[in-house]
Design a protein around this ligand. Structure first.
Ligand code: GLU
Length: 387
């Protein structure tokens, strides 16, 4: 009998990955599944990005690189953060990791230890609390509701702070709710963070996926006091349809980036070298591909939201960003696991139960899939909830 480390026992596997894998396996068996599970854009990676990686591969970019990332990519990311987000970073403030998830995990390891509390508004992306636990910290979950558009208020943040609070996790646009905080709301949260001398990690992975004129503002851009307390997490997966490439990054104060670099130098070393050249092309070449994908997401969102809002037992608000619809299922009398298991079993529609995000009366559907699947899946969902 193997006695595993206690830290493993405290953390369940990622449900998003598990359900996505289950839906894929069912498809391989010839079952006609409509999968709205993982947030993975169905588009292929744009050709110019693939060409840049192929060129790098053919020109010998196949060796170990700097553990913190190719200097050219760190420079390109710093430039992007200056130009797009008004954040005054240099390459020394940037570390390239194996996707946004790995960037956040490195951050937790570098920052959090036993006794430290991390404030996470719920519904949250399911890996945040687990990463905090793996780093031996304590996640402090603050519930939000549809009435406040699933946004944490400055007062709620203030009330959750204790002498042990170290970090606040902000994710706008949000996974799983699609909520986007307004600049004024971000400003109000920044004031609380400064008052209590906390750090904030701003997960901006969905920053380019915005609808109906919603605006993304990076909390760190609001002034010097908040800038020095901010860490940015971002990556290439969602905006450039590069999920499998595993390229993400953190940006923040130099000493913190240095610390994550030490961790990375003993764990993964550099991100796949030629993949990083694809990422350079993603940032430096035309951004038309981002816009084209956004146009498709906009249309898919409309179709999915309209169909769900027409189902009397379900309710959802229209997401302002990302590519998820967060649906309240409380009128069905079922909790989220029961609902999603039964839906998959009866109608072959894969969704993520809200319990994974800290909201058991809800389910999450990703519309990063084709319109045909959305139409078919919505008809099945209507049948399941009997409209
Ligand atoms: N972040 C995506 C999602 O929430 C991908 C899966 C995961 O890593 O959780 O579906």
């Amino acid at each position: 009998m193997i006695k595993l480390a206690t830290r493993v026992g405290k953390v369940p596997p990622s449900i998003t990955l598990a359900i996505a894998a289950k839906a894929k396996a069912m498809k391989t068996q010839g079952i006609d599944v409509c999968s709205f599970s993982a947030g993975e854009p169905d588009f292929d990676t744009p050709q110019h990005i693939k060409d840049a990686a192929k060129l790098a591969l053919d020109s010998g970019k196949t060796k170990y690189g700097a553990a913190s990332g190719e200097p050219k990519l760190r420079e390109a990311i710093a430039k992007k953060l200056r130009n797009d987000n008004n954040l005054n970073y240099g390459p020394e403030n940037v570390i390239v990791s194996n996707g946004g998830k790995h960037s956040l995990f490195n951050l937790m390891l570098a920052l959090i230890e036993t006794g430290d509390e991390v404030i996470i508004p719920a519904p949250y992306w399911l890996s945040y609390p687990e990463m905090v636990k793996l780093a031996a910290g304590t996640p402090v979950i603050v519930e939000t509701t549809a009435e406040t558009e699933y946004k944490i208020t400055p007062q709620q943040l203030r009330e959750a702070i204790t002498p042990n609070t170290k970090l606040f996790v902000l994710n706008s646009p949000s996974n799983p709710t699609g909520t986007v905080y307004t600049p004024d709301e971000i400003k109000a949260l920044a004031e609380v963070i400064i008052d209590h001398d906390l750090l904030v990690v701003s997960d901006e992975i969905y920053e380019k996926i915005l609808y109906d004129g919603a605006e993304h503002i990076s909390i760190g851009a609001l002034g010097e006091e908040i800038f020095k307390r901010t860490i940015i997490s971002n990556g290439f997966a969602k905006s450039y349809s590069m999920t499998g490439w595993r390229v993400g990054y953190l940006a923040g104060p130099t000493e913190l980036i240095k610390a994550t670099s030490i961790i990375q130098s003993h764990s993964t070393s550099n991100v796949c070298t030629f993949a990083q050249y694809g990422a350079i092309a993603a940032l430096e070449d035309s951004q038309d591909c981002v816009q084209e994908m956004l146009t498709a997401f906009t249309q898919r969102r409309r179709v999915m939201v309209d169909r769900i809002q027409a189902m009397s037992k379900l309710s959802c608000s229209t997401p302002m960003g990302a590519f998820y619809v967060f649906v309240d299922i409380s009128q069905t009398g079922m909790k989220s696991l029961e609902f999603s298991d039964a839906l998959l079993e009866a109608e072959k529609v894969a969704v993520i139960p809200g319990i994974a995000f800290g909201a058991d009366d809800c389910i999450r559907l990703s519309y990063a899939t084709d319109l045909g699947t959305i139409e078919k899946g919505m008809a099945r969902l209507e049948k399941f909830v009997k409209v």
